[in-house]
Write a protein that binds this ligand. Structure first.
Ligand code: ZN
Length: 305
């Protein structure tokens, strides 16, 4: 066992197309990192396990593992299906016991949560939510999801929030597109995800010019969702990340449109005068998820002690 100045944590950001694994203790101390394509649960988790085993030989033993994963999933340690992916259209992953696969190989505290709750915790620990008690992390990318930190704890509730699947006002004259969500059609994700943008316009969002009409629709849908979250949870801040959500042309327009939709009803100077501090992009860029997994591992160790 090698001596390390800090505890070393294993981090897994499990995404629908790739898994990012890292070993370290925070943004200034990432000792190793690797990416694996998301194929079958068995093959993907075997890569993850091999990576951590190899790093334990190179760097010393891990103190805990944090796993921030795409969902839906069961994050409730008291549930018989804790650590499983729940039924999902993603081939092969429904009911996969991904935490069990780790447990078979590592006798360590293992923290398991949604990718967006992980990213929220990462932003709370090192990013734009430091010192806050209640906030939301929303990712708008291939899919849409939100994590919530409420009164000092990550919110799970019944299972976990599904902020990407809320219904929105959908003006069929302005936007006749029926939406892509297999469950709801024109929910938020159905209308505003990267997949929806590509299907509506016949090309990837990254190929649309910044002044394309696509972005006016996008701004309105994101702002509608942020308005609903503001009215429901009263977050002190909303962090908007993801490949689409981080596009520089969107943020100022989303801030302005959200303030218009709230229309003065929430009498806070943060919204009325400083909306640019209320709706922000992630402080950790596209590393919120991986660093969030480290923060989950760190938190599990504190809980276990
Ligand atoms: Zn939906």
């Amino acid at each position: 066992m090698k001596n390390n100045a800090f505890p070393l944590y294993g981090a897994i950001e499990g995404g629908g197309t790739k898994f990012i694994c890292a070993v370290g203790s925070g943004p200034s101390n990432i000792r190793a990192e690797a990416r694996f394509d998301t194929t079958t649960p068995e093959e993907t988790m075997a890569h993850v396990i091999d990576f951590f085993k190899q790093q334990e030989e190179n760097l010393g033993g891990l103190s805990a593992i944090g796993f921030a994963c795409f969902g839906p999933l069961d994050p409730n340690p008291a549930s018989p299906t804790y650590g499983h992916i729940l039924p999902t259209p993603k081939t092969g992953w429904a009911n996969a016991n991904v935490v069990g696969m780790l447990r078979n190989e590592f006798n360590l505290p293992i923290a398991f949560d949604t990718d967006v709750n992980g990213a929220a915790l990462g932003e709370w620990r090192w990013g734009k939510a430091q010192g806050l008690q209640t906030f939301i992390y929303l990712t708008v990318g291939t899919g849409i999801g939100g994590g919530a930190y409420v009164e000092g704890n990550l919110l799970h509730g019944l299972i976990h929030p599904e902020m990407g699947h809320i219904p929105l006002r959908h003006d069929l004259e302005k936007d006749p597109f029926e939406g892509v969500c297999p469950f709801h059609g024109d929910c938020f994700e159905g209308l505003a995800s990267g997949v929806a943008i590509e299907k509506r316009w016949g090309m990837r969002g990254s190929l649309l010019t910044p002044d394309h009409v696509a972005w006016d629709l996008e701004v309105d849908y994101i702002a509608q969702a942020l308005t609903s979250y503001t009215m429901t949870l009263s977050p002190q801040r909303i962090i908007v990340g993801g490949g689409v959500g981080s596009l520089p042309q969107l943020l100022p327009k989303v801030q302005k449109r959200t303030r218009e939709l709230i229309n003065g009803y929430v009498q806070s100077p943060v919204i009325l005068e400083n909306i640019e501090t209320y709706i922000v992009n992630p402080g950790l860029g596209n590393r919120s998820g991986m660093l969030g997994a480290i923060a989950l591992a760190e938190q599990s160790l504190q809980t276990a002690l």
